[in-house]
Ligand binder design. Structure first.
Ligand code: NDP
Length: 309
């Protein structure tokens, strides 16, 4: 019998329990899955950073911590975590992000707001733009950035992706490293942040890098709040260099009511809803990792603790 602790907020149990039981059965894993197990008996931990678990010291026989979240910034530096950590890569999560990103890119590309707020009598036709004339840059070309990049390229947008290491993706211009960032930004009319939150990515968009963007560029941040220097962004919105920012993630969440982003006419706030782990697909990923671990095979989606993601 394998003992699996579900260490997510208690209210998530109903959301995940059936899917997890089903996926474990399908993988022929006989397990006791519970929200409450003696730490010394636990073989695997299914973890969410907003759950109750902070100290892993007593989980002496635990073979792996399996995160329900793609972003691991809240756990990766935890000194009590000595066992392998796998992050979530879930097809449902990826599809959700592709839909959020595509929707918000098209909103800005087509200037849909203008039509929504059109006054009676305002019959001023214009030639609609084509995606081919709207360069888009995605900062972060990992699981989510890549899927979004492929979807946007499929719609005809010229897509540039930026990552830490070298990549080659058919149909996308791929740049990497510090030198590649300026190149990735200089033509980008829409920039999408899908980087992890690490010491190296903090303030990726700051006064200097924002100034590299063309006048009127639009920023979408479904990544993490610390990727942007907020004061620099507000200044660039105020002076007109940046046309709009659609922000889903923030340094403090929920975003405090008096935060200037709420009231800024060129900012759209969404409450960290760009995407969500989907139990049906995510449970299969968890079960597969447990199967692999038990079979002595390498785990999928292991976090590089040094790189922080
Ligand atoms: P991945 O780990 O698959 O991809 C991360 C990408 O960022 C990689 O391309 C990586 O480069 C790149 N990167 C990391 N550090 C640097 C750096 N210093 N310089 C340049 N590029 C860098 O993550 P995912 O795509 O799965 O997820 C991305 C983020 O999206 C998550 O970390 C999370 O913060 C956020 N997220 C937000 C959600 C929401 O609802 N708002 C939902 C889910 C995730 P390389 O490929 O070379 O390693």
């Amino acid at each position: 019998m394998i003992n699996i602790l579900f260490a997510a907020p208690p209210e998530r149990w109903d959301f995940y329990a059936d899917a997890l039981h089903e996926a474990l059965d399908a993988a022929a894993i006989t397990a006791c899955l519970s929200q409450d197990l003696p730490p010394e008996d636990v073989d695997y931990i299914i973890y969410a950073p907003n759950g109750p678990l902070r100290d892993f010291t007593l989980y002496t026989r635990c073979k792996a911590v399996l995160s329900l979240w793609a972003g691991v910034e809240k756990i990766v530096g935890n000194d009590t975590l000595t066992m392998p950590l796998a992050r979530m890569v879930d097809d449902g999560l990826s599809r959700g992000m592709v839909e959020w990103v595509t929707g918000h890119v098209l909103r800005h590309h087509l200037d849909i707001d203008r039509d929504i707020h059109r006054r009676p009598g305002d019959w001023t036709p214009r030639i609609p733009p084509l995606a081919a004339d709207r360069p888009v840059t995605i900062l972060g070309l990992g699981t989510l950035g890549l899927e979004c990049g492929k979807a946007l390229a499929g719609l005809g947008f010229p897509v540039t992706g930026w990552s830490r290491t070298t990549k080659e993706v058919p149909g996308l211009t791929c740049l990497h490293g510090k030198d590649g960032l300026g190149e990735a930004l200089k033509t980008a009319q829409i920039v999408i942040l899908l980087l992890p939150d690490t010491p190296a990515t903090e303030n990726t968009l700051n006064a200097e890098t924002l100034s590299m963007l063309p006048q009127g560029a639009v920023i979408l941040n479904p990544g993490r709040g610390p990727l942007i220097d907020d004061d620099a962004l507000l200044a660039a919105l105020d002076n007109g260099h940046i046309g709009h920012a659609t922000l889903d993630t923030f340094r403090i969440e929920p975003l405090p009511e008096d935060d200037p982003y709420w009231h800024h006419p060129k900012v759209t706030v969404t409450p960290h809803i760009a995407s969500e782990t989907r139990p049906g697909t995510a449970a299969r990923v968890i079960a597969e990792n447990i199967r692999r671990s038990e079979a002595g095979e390498p785990l999928l989606y292991l976090v590089d603790r040094e790189a922080g993601y």
